[in-house]
Design a protein. Sequence first.
Length: 175
Amino acid sequence: MYYCGDNQMALESQKSIGNAFLKLMNEKRYCEITVRAICIEADVSRQTFYSLFQTKENVISYLMQRDCTHSKEDCLMHGELSLAVMCDSFARFIYANFDFLKLMMEHELYCVIYKSIYQMFMECDRQFKHKNEIYSFLTGGITSYISSVVMDDANKDIDYLRETMRFLFRGEFFK
């Protein structure tokens, strides 16, 4: 978890830590990035870091919330989760956040993306049988698709991303 309050000084420190972390991720492997290095780059104390984030993983969750266009609003706006809405919103998500998602995959942070997407589904709060299994299945498929697309490094447009996800989730490759 990370700080979600409204103290302006804390929010500025949080932003500085996030930006410093992104800069370091472009320079070093994730496992080589220390809290100390983040704090030096962000010009904050370790106490500030730990009071706002506790862990490096929480900085990534913060960056996903801050910088990535999420599909949660689409899910909540449309009142129900449909294949068309889901594929469209995640196609836009991948397209808009391609570089960030690629950076995450290059650092082997697949599980962080998985957790963020799963949490987004859980926040949609739809009530139906086998909800956890359904959300796990969808999240796994979407996260694997993101990995495949961003590591392929080809410029894919939103229509391509949307239609490919629909094709995959409909199971049309079995026919």
